[in-house]
Design a protein around this ligand. Structure first.
Ligand code: BGP
Length: 477
């Protein structure tokens, strides 16, 4: 791998910080995502969080207290040899209501110290500007990204961060998994639906606002710091046809396009023709302002960040067994094993996905999420023997290295998702653990929050120290 390859780990404020009312932080979407059976309905916008009972448990409010313990966490990341740490900034720590002229100095100071701590160890901060945590005030006041007004709020927030952290943060990601908007619209973009509404219309209009906001953020980042880079991000995972029936192949292409749509705009700078046709067919009218199209064209993303957990499979006839997976469910692929949460495990699919994205966009790729959510057990001598996680990660990293070495794909970095155990986005569970570091906390919020190194901690340290070569040695043995 290239010498400056960015090995590291990734988290998101909404799943690890906690401290939901500390430092003057305002409420955000994550604070109203409950644990338990209503979570999905709230995330997909069909259940209004205001209808939940008073004794509801919201795991994101305390999470793993990264807010209070980030120094300790960063020291552990440094011990593993991280070259970079991807985290997100909580918008409502900076602007408690999501908007305004004056940002919260206390919020900014928290990220000052987090970033300085990283730099002290030579770890590059990679910052996601919005990772599923839109300030609740913007949801209540404007209907979130339904409204064009939110573009200005987002831009003001970006401006404050770009100026404050100029020279210290060089890589920004405008929106986490922007395509999540299509699948979990409340979690992804703060969108709730009225009964009988044309949901597709609402989603694509909100998407347009996010796409414009993203292009404006790229422009602003370059204006404020010409050395900085701003990338887009998608929840990736190529879609396979269930069979070679042309109908299945067609369906897989359509499903891929649902995801590519966002990056087609962000990386190529224009609405793809298949989307324009879809809008015509579905009677969707995107309200644009003069200059929007030019803006999108002139401010494409510098790099493409992605999460990869699994490939997907579709059948045109919708028959057969279903399978789980990140973002949307698909048909069961009989050739793949699945995780304890039913997500397919497909390292070659990772190589396929990286190739497909690079062929399509010819921009540097940055893998900012990949990992295995699994149940862990603490042993008597207080560690976790997570060979299953090591197996998943090593097969996926090897597949990525093949994409680079054998296929010539330009990958600039890899950050293991949930490098420290945190709250699962989709289930709200603590027991769905991704970490190389164990956190003593359970699904009900009990525990000491103690951090404990897992076996994978030492394994990943070797991977980084050898720039990936240790994996090749392992496979030769
Ligand atoms: C991605 C999100 C992350 C993370 C990950 C794993 O979609 O960007 O925030 O949570 O998926 O998903 P989960 O936590 O549901 O297992």
């Amino acid at each position: 791998m290239r010498n400056d390859f960015l090995w590291g780990g990734a988290t998101a404020a909404n799943q690890c910080e906690g401290g939901w009312q500390e430092g003057g932080r305002g409420p955000a979407i994550v604070d109203v995502l409950p644990h338990g059976e209503r979570r999905l309905a709230v995330m997909n916008g069909t259940c209004d969080y205001r209808s939940l009972s008073a004794d509801t448990f919201y795991p994101g409010r305390q999470a793993i207290d990264h807010y209070g313990r980030c120094r300790e966490d960063i020291a552990l990341f440094a011990e593993m040899g991280f070259k970079c740490y991807r985290f997100s900034i909580s918008w409502s720590r900076i602007f408690p209501d999501g908007e305004g002229e004056r940002p919260s100095e206390e919020g900014l100071r928290f990220y000052d110290s987090l970033i300085d701590e990283l730099l002290k160890y030579g770890i590059e901060p990679v910052v996601t500007l919005c990772h599923f945590d839109i300030p609740l005030a913007l949801v209540e006041k404007y209907g979130s990204w339904r409204s064009r007004r939110v573009i200005d709020c987002y831009l003001r927030y970006c401006q404050v961060l770009f100026r404050r952290f100029q020279g210290r943060v060089r890589r920004w990601i405008t929106f986490n998994e922007i395509n999540m908007l299509m699948h979990l619209p409340f979690m992804g973009a703060g969108i709730r639906f009225e009964e009988g509404e044309n949901e597709l219309q609402v989603k694509y209009q909100a998407a347009h606002h996010e796409l414009v906001a993203s292009a404006l953020a790229v422009k602003l980042a370059h204006q404020i710091d010409p050395e900085s880079q701003a990338g887009c991000m998608l929840a990736a995972g190529s879609v396979y046809p269930y069979s070679c029936r042309p109908e299945d192949v067609w369906e897989s292409m359509e499903k891929d396009r649902e995801t590519y749509f966002f990056i087609d705009v962000q990386a190529r700078g224009e609405y793809p023709s298949y989307a324009r046709k879809l809008f015509e067919r579905e009677g969707i009218q995107i309200a644009m302002e003069p200059g929007d199209e030019e803006l999108l064209r002139e401010n494409t993303a510098d790099f493409i960040a992605l999460s990869y957990y699994n490939s997907r499979t579709v059948r045109a006839d919708g028959q057969g067994e279903a399978s789980g997976g990140n973002v949307f469910a698909s048909a069961k692929n009989p050739y793949l094993k699945v995780s304890q949460w039913g997500w397919p495990i497909d390292p070659l699919g990772f190589r396929i996905t990286l190739n497909a994205l690079y062929d399509r966009y010819r921009k540097p790729l940055f893998v900012v999420e990949n990992g295995l959510g699994a149940l862990d057990t603490l042993t008597e001598d207080r560690t976790v023997e997570d060979d299953y996680r090591i197996g998943y990660l090593s097969s996926h990293i090897r597949a990525m290295m093949d994409a680079v070495d054998e296929d010539g794909v330009d990958v600039i970095g890899y950050t293991a998702w949930g490098c420290i155990d945190l709250i699962s986005a989709t289930t709200g569970e603590m027991s769905k653990r991704y970490g190389l570091i164990y956190v003593d906390r359970d699904n009900d919020g009990n525990g000491t929050n103690e951090r404990i190194r897992k076996k994978s901690f030492w394994w990943y340290k070797d991977v980084i120290a050898s720039n990936g070569e240790s994996l090749k040695r392992d496979s030769e043995q």
